[in-house]
Design a protein around this ligand. Structure first.
Ligand SMILES: Nc1ncnc2c1ncn2[C@@H]1O[C@H](COP(=O)(O)OP(=O)(O)O)[C@@H](O)[C@H]1O
Ligand SMILES: [Mg+2]
Length: 292
């Protein structure tokens, strides 16, 4: 952590301050600069999406905010306090649920709840709280099933319940719905909007889904391609809440925002991948053989 960011911080600073972060990973051939000068100030209750091509450094940013990685330069301030280790006020939802396989949904959430509320809640209060959070994600019917007894979408919902049950100031989500089918994904997006509206959490969500980013966010933070990835553009999404995917589909502003993100990703930050040069068909293809 660069000590100057602490000295420069003032009480009126934003809720979550991602301050001029560089991230250099050591590799056998020398340092690899994944992030360069990533700087973002987030207000309490804001919903931020991070979008960018695969490998640009989105997860690295999230892991630094989570306290799982330490930035090489710059750092994170949450309510003016330096972040340099994981903490229950910053819950993480990973792409692959990361539930403990030998515990039921209830027990997985319980583990997190005990970690945070052991001293302040009675056993009965904890039970009520765990059940309440599983109900929020519509998982109360399968509370006592283990991860291998429920679907991928259900596991992901338990992961979200577990994160919410910690009452985190900040909810960090790394492509939380990436592995879900379209219908489950839409359902989860709607529940997430409801939950956030109710609890006013601050959320940073990584996604590669443009519609998801526009539907859920207050701001979409678009990252440039690495190495030395940084924030390319930030898009303000001022669509009224509550938002409905159906009425937005024909909304002019919604479609403008959507095309801004698409333009950023596929024109300004286009990844030039010459498929032909990397994949060459074998000399003897079935067709050639058939013709021979
Ligand atoms: N622990 C690590 N060691 C070395 N390089 C890493 C490490 N973690 C990530 N990287 C590299 O940093 C870049 C950004 O990775 P990542 O944050 O996972 O991207 P994204 O989440 O946007 O797909 C990639 O080039 C990746 O290979
Ligand atoms: Mg990633």
């Amino acid at each position: 952590m660069n000590s100057s960011i602490i000295e420069n911080s003032t009480p009126e600073q934003s809720f979550l301050n991602i301050s001029k972060i560089d991230m250099v990973f050591p590799t056998p051939t020398g340092g690899f600069t994944a992030l360069k000068d990533v700087d973002l100030q987030i207000e309490k209750g804001e919903f931020i999406s991070l979008i960018g091509h695969s490998g640009c450094g989105k997860s690295t940013v999230l892991n630094i905010v989570a306290g799982l990685y330490q930035a090489t330069k710059g750092g994170i301030l949450l309510q003016n306090k330096e972040v340099n280790e994981p903490g229950p006020e910053r819950a993480v939802v990973f792409q692959n649920h990361s539930l403990l396989p030998w515990l039921t949904s209830y027990q997985n959430v319980e583990l997190a709840v005990k970690q945070v509320f052991n001293k302040t809640m009675s056993k009965g209060e904890m039970k009520e709280w765990i059940e309440y959070n599983l109900k929020l994600v519509h998982m109360d019917h399968a509370m006592h099933k283990r991860p291998d007894e429920i679907s991928g979408g259900m596991k992901q919902r338990v992961g979200i319940a577990r994160a919410l049950a910690m009452q985190p100031e900040v909810l960090l989500m790394d492509e939380p719905f990436g592995a879900l089918d379209a219908l489950t994904r839409a359902h989860m997006q709607d529940s997430l909007m409801e939950i956030q509206n109710e609890l006013n959490n601050t959320v940073i969500m990584i996604t590669h889904d443009v519609d998801e980013a526009v539907l859920l966010s207050d701001r979409i933070v678009m990252m440039t391609n690495g190495p030395e990835a940084t924030i390319g553009e930030i898009l303000d999404v001022k669509l009224e809440r509550p938002r409905s995917r159906l009425s937005l589909a024909k909304d002019v502003e919604y479609n403008r925002l959507r095309s801004e993100v698409l333009t950023f990703l596929y024109e300004k930050q286009r990844k030039v991948e010459n498929i032909k040069s990397t994949i060459t068909a074998p000399a003897s293809t079935p067709k050639k053989r058939a013709n021979a």
